[in-house]
Write a protein that binds this ligand. Structure first.
Ligand SMILES: *Cc1c(COP(=O)(O)O)cnc(C)c1O
Length: 360
C-alpha cells in the first residue's frame, strides 16, 4: 500500500468519456455527437491563426486586453469584468476552486453538465444533485436544497442535454431566492442559439453573486481551440484572476476568438441555419413518433420508448455512418442527443431514422 494519497475528492472523479468520432471501416462519418458547428471554423478566425503562427516564439499577452475589449464591445459589457479561460471549463474551474472546499456543497441540477460534479470534487466540496421537473430546471427544488454549507449553484441554461431554457422570470426568481452568500453560475454555452436570451448578462451586471460563462466552442466553431470567458462582479473577477495562469491563452487562441466574435455575419448565418434545421429535425422526429422538447440549443434530445430502443436506433444511425450521443450518463438511457447539422446532414439523419422506423 502506498502512503502517497491524493487530496480528498480526487478519487471520486470519473474520467471523462468523450463523444465517439470514428466508425470502423467508414470514411464518410457524420459526427453529430459533440454539438460542433456544421459550418466549421469562421474564415476570419482561420486567417488570424495563420497570421499569428509566425509569432509563437513570443510569449502571449497576459492581460487578454484585445480579446476582452472585443468581447466587451460586441456584447456591450465592461471588459474589466471579463475573464478569459481555456474553454469555459477553465472559468468554471476558477470559480469552483476560488469559492468552495472540503465541507462545502455545490448544487447542480439532475441533467446538468457532467463537468459540474467533477469540478466540485476537484475542490474537495460535495456535489448536491437536485431533481428537474419534466426535463426543465426546477427553481423551487434548487432553493429547497440550499443549506448553510451551500457555496454555489451551477446552472446550465439552456440545458445540455435537455435543450430547454429556463425563462427569464424563473432565472430572476432563482437569483432573488438565493442567499447573497451563494454564487449563481449561469453556464450559457448555448446562449446564442436561444434567440432573445442574454445568457444571464443583465443579472451578472447587477448582482454581486452572479457569474455568466460563455464559450467559443459552439456557435463560433472553435471547440478545438479552447477559448471561453466569464463575466461577473468586479470583486469576483479580481479573485478569479489570481487563479488564472498568466499565459493560459496563446496568441493563436486570442486572435482567432477575437476575429470570430467580431464576425456578426457569421453569428447571424449560424443562428439562422440552426433555427431552420432544428425545426426540421424536431418536426421529423415527432412525425416518426419520437418525443422531443423544443430545443433552444444546437441539438435535439430525441426520446425513445426505452433504453433498448434508443440503442437500436443508435446502431441504425451508426450503420448509416452517423454518430450521435447516448446520454445514459445524464439520466436519459432512453435518449439520444443529436447535434443539428446543415441541410444535407439533417437530411441524412432523418433518412436513416425513417429507414430504421420502417424496419429497413
Ligand atoms: C460545450 C459546453 C461548454 C463549453 O465548454 P468549453 O470548455 O468552453 O469548450 C460548457 N458548458 C456546457 C453545458 C457545454 O455543453
Amino acid at each position: 500500500m502506498t502512503l502517497i494519497t491524493p487530496q480528498p475528492g480526487i478519487m471520486e472523479i470519473a474520467l471523462y468519456q468523450g463523444g465517439k468520432s470514428k466508425i470502423a471501416g467508414r470514411d464518410d462519418v457524420l459526427k453529430l455527437s459533440s454539438n460542433e458547428n456544421p459550418l466549421g471554423v469562421p474564415p476570419g478566425a482561420q486567417a488570424a491563426i495563420v497570421a499569428a503562427a509566425g509569432q509563437v516564439h513570443l510569449y502571449p499577452s497576459t492581460d487578454h486586453a484585445a480579446l476582452r475589449g472585443a468581447i466587451g464591445a460586441v456584447h456591450g459589457l465592461d471588459p474589466e469584468r471579463i475573464i478569459c479561460g481555456v474553454g469555459s471549463d477553465e472559468v468554471l474551474q476558477f470559480v469552483t476552486q476560488a469559492y468552495a472546499g472540503p465541507g462545502d456543497e455545490i448544487i447542480h441540477t439532475e441533467h446538468g453538465f457532467s463537468m459540474y460534479p467533477v469540478l466540485t470534487h476537484m475542490t474537495g466540496a460535495t456535489p448536491v444533485r437536485v431533481p428537474e421537473a419534466g426535463r426543465r430546471v426546477d427553481v423551487d427544488a434548487i432553493l429547497d436544497a440550499v443549506t448553510a454549507r451551500t457555496r454555489m449553484v451551477l446552472l446550465t441554461n439552456p440545458g445540455n442535454p435537455t435543450g430547454t431554457l429556463l425563462a427569464d422570470e424563473e432565472l430572476l426568481r432563482l437569483a432573488d431566492g438565493l442567499p447573497e452568500r451563494v454564487i449563481l453560475v449561469i453556464d450559457a454555452a448555448y446562449a446564442e442559439f436561444a434567440e432573445g436570451y442574454d445568457g444571464g448578462a443583465a443579472l451578472a451586471t447587477e448582482r454581486p453573486n452572479v457569474l455568466m460563462t460563455r464559450t467559443f466552442s459552439k456557435i463560433y466553431g472553435l471547440g478545438g481551440l479552447r477559448v471561453g470567458w466569464g463575466y461577473g462582479p468586479q470583486e469576483m473577477i479580481d479573485v478569479l484572476r489570481r487563479l488564472r495562469q498568466p499565459f493560459n491563452l496563446s496568441e493563436l487562441q486570442m486572435a482567432a476568438a477575437e476575429a470570430a466574435v467580431r464576425d456578426a455575419d457569421w453569428l447571424r448565418d449560424c443562428v439562422a441555419l440552426n433555427r431552420d434545421q432544428r425545426a426540421r429535425l424536431t418536426g421529423a422526429l415527432r412525425q416518426l413518433g419520437l418525443a422531443c422538447d423544443d430545443s433552444e440549443t444546437n441539438f435535439v434530445l430525441a426520446r425513445f420508448a426505452d433504453a433498448a430502443e434508443a440503442e437500436a436506433a443508435d446502431r441504425a444511425l451508426q450503420a448509416a455512418g452517423i454518430l450521435v450521443r447516448g446520454v445514459g450518463g445524464y439520466g436519459f438511457p432512453e435518449g439520444l442527443r443529436i447535434t443539428v447539422g446543415d441541410a444535407d446532414q439533417t437530411g441524412r439523419v432523418i433518412a436513416a431514422l425513417s429507414r430504421w422506423r420502417e424496419g429497413g
